[in-house]
Design a protein around this ligand. Structure first.
Ligand code: PEP
Length: 247
């Protein structure tokens, strides 16, 4: 599959057996399955072709451990078989107080200790209403802060994926116009170009992707795949998205 498809299950499903069923149905090369922490081990065992990702990680990598109640380290994720981590999701930024400074620490550590990062960025509806160029400035600012101090060799490696997720499109059923997301993806690649010695990082689109809009999104070369929330929890729907991405 040319495209990368990331399944963000968020705080779902409700049982391990459902997680295993869902994982088996999503198990294709080019897919990254990101279950909640308690299901990581069971999902890893169920996967043969897809990669495993986590939805967050602590911003330090204390080995063998540390006094950080409730946190999960990079080493723990790697040991359980995760190769990716989603960072900077707008739900964590907006409801859980994650700042660009915290996200920057997490991105730095994850990349330094060998986890691939799917960095989520995206503007609010009020910013987007000011126009696409306002949205671009907002996203540029987020990426600049989130990648601060990270060497260009790391940014240009395939360890970093940017997920452009306009906040107003997440879980609303109102996906962005594919041509607008494609133009944002191109903007992000251009903006990162001086830092990446021409090796452009993959840019995904996220926000109400379904089997009905996937083809129109994926036909844009600038968009390297999708981060899928709600639709990744519906096996038949998600299979259709994977099939469309494989064309
Ligand atoms: C997401 O979880 O980041 C997301 C894009 O969700 P949905 O596909 O449901 O909009």
């Amino acid at each position: 599959m040319n495209k990368l498809i990331v399944a963000n299950w968020k705080m779902n499903p409700s049982s391990e057996s459902e997680a295993i069923q869902l994982a088996k149905a999503s198990d294709e090369k080019g897919v990254v399955v990101c279950p909640p922490f308690p299901f990581l081990g069971a999902v890893k065992n169920a996967l043969r072709k897809a990669d495993l990702g986590a939805q967050d990680v602590f911003w330090q990598n204390p080995i063998p451990g540390g006094a950080f109640t409730g946190e999960v380290s990079i080493s723990m994720l790697k040991k359980i078989g995760a190769s990716y981590v989603i960072l900077g999701h707008s739900e964590r930024r907006n409801y859980l107080g994650e700042t660009d400074e915290i996200i920057n620490q997490k991105v730095k550590s994850a990349l330094a200790f060998g986890l691939k990062v799917i960095l989520c960025v995206g503007e609010s509806l009020s910013t987007r209403r000011e126009g696409l160029s306002q949205a671009e400035s907002f996203v540029k600012n987020q990426i600049t802060k989130d990648l601060k101090g990270i060497p260009s060799s790391v940014i240009s490696s395939k360890s970093l994926v940017i997920a452009y997720e306009p906040i107003w499109a997440i879980g609303t059923g109102k996906a962005d116009k594919p041509e607008d997301s494609a133009s944002m993806a191109a903007y992000i690649k251009d903006f990162l170009k001086p830092k990446t010695s021409n090796l452009k990082p993959n840019v995904l689109y996220g926000g109400s992707v379904t089997s009905l809009n996937a083809a129109r999104i994926f036909e844009h070369q600038e968009i390297d795949g999708a981060l899928v929330g709600g639709a990744s929890l519906k096996t038949e729907e998600f299979k259709k998205i994977i099939k469309i991405a494989s064309k």
